[in-house]
Design a protein around this ligand. Sequence first.
Ligand code: G3P
Ligand code: CA
Length: 241
Amino acid sequence: MTQIFAHRGSAGTHPENTMMSFHEALRSGAEGIELDVQLSKDGQVVIIHDESVDRTTNGKGYVKDLNFDEIKAFNASHKFTKQYGKTSIPTLEEFFLWFKYTALICNIELKNGVYPYPGLEEKVIGLIRKFNLQERIILSSFNHYSIVHCFQLAPEIEIAPIYSNGLFMPWIYARSIRGKAIHPSIKVISDSMIIESMKAGIAVRPYTVNSEAHMKRLIDIKCSAFFTDFPEKAVRSRKIS
Ligand code: G3P
Ligand code: CA
């Protein structure tokens, strides 16, 4: 069965990367949650997609330049089109305190392509181990050095490279860096590549799959999983396929 991962929680219907969107992901019947992490100035692992808080909150500035107390004060539902109550940017620890009681899987994307965030890998792995969640976590990044570093630190945790440019035989590349999966953009992966990769034992989880046509296509070929901003729609689509 194709697994469904709620992208940034359920970013299509709820403020992205907030506890509201994670609760919605669970309610939707998705198997997994995808979220993005960065480090605050004082070294807290916070869940946010952009390097700055400007787009998703009523605050201003770069995550790397703000202490967690300042970040916590911003409203992360402020810019969302539909009005929700106030909610703040969660820490990874806050997320785990809830997540550990669910049966969900979680893909943590390390957002260290623009700023390196020294120590991010160690902190994320430390938290995963603290909550004993190794078997329910996949670590991914566009920064493939970072996931190789994760593998060196914690070979028991699955890693997966994310990419948005064409890769020739991506399953061979994935294996060469000890990945068990690839996370390609839906724009650069063909059905035959998905099938070949899965045959080679490398799972394929394309992002971000929001159209019904793409969802059906992936479900029909039994693609391992996909990321979507609309998990409820994806679960419905899978039921009728
Ligand atoms: O991990 C897949 C996807 O989340 C990568 O793109 O920009 O939504 O983080 P982005
Ligand atoms: Ca992401």
